[in-house]
Design a protein around this ligand. Structure first.
Ligand code: GDP
Ligand code: MG
Length: 163
């Protein structure tokens, strides 16, 4: 089976935007299975000759801080179970949040390879926005912009290196 890459992070950081850019039109149709949340989309990607499946998590809209954290936690747990590499997405505009730290702890305990993608670095002149995310503890964060499509090649280089 192809290796699995999962995109994890708080709502609104840009996971689905980046997922769509990576898969293009290669969205997988997955039949509903009992006991499996539908709150996930599967697609396929390819980079430097490596093919992989990619999962977008957290698609259901929910309200309230507690509910959001519950859902983010659950998605991160599922991702850890099925992923070979995890893309942990954070938001340069929002900066580092408590929820990011909480997700980081879960991912760290899993010992799975993690690449931190700092989305919304829309202005290349402001690439210093990535530095605060070194404190998450997963090495070099990679600045990307789903709005402009920049940095995604660098992100995929880092992901494929860990497959
Ligand atoms: P998700 O909840 O993590 O899946 O995030 P979405 O992909 O739905 O994006 C949330 C919001 O952020 C949407 O309004 C996007 O248009 C916006 N967004 C996504 N990527 C970028 C980016 O690189 N820069 C900016 N400024 N906005 C972005
Ligand atoms: Mg989404």
């Amino acid at each position: 089976a192809r290796p699995v890459v999962a995109i994890v992070g708080r709502p609104n950081v840009g996971k689905s935007t980046i997922f769509n850019r990576i898969i293009g039109d290669r969205l997988a149709i997955v039949e509903d299975k009992p006991g499996v949340t539908r709150d996930r989309l599967y697609g396929s990607g390819e980079w430097n000759g490596r093919a992989f499946s990619i999962v977008d998590t957290g698609g259901i809209e929910i309200d309230g801080e507690d509910e959001i954290m519950k859902s983010v936690r659950m998605q991160a747990e599922l991702a850890v179970e099925e992923a070979d590499v995890i893309v942990f997405m954070v938001d340069a505009k929002a900066g580092l949040t408590h929820a990011d730290d909480e997700v980081a702890h879960m991912l760290f305990r899993s010992r799975k390879p993690v690449v931190v993608a700092v989305n919304k670095v829309d202005n290349q002149g402001r690439s210093d926005e990535i530095y605060e995310f070194y404190s998450l503890g997963f090495g070099d964060p990679i600045g990307i912009s789903g709005a402009h499509g920049t940095g995604i090649g660098d992100l995929l280089d880092a992901v494929v290196e860990k497959l």
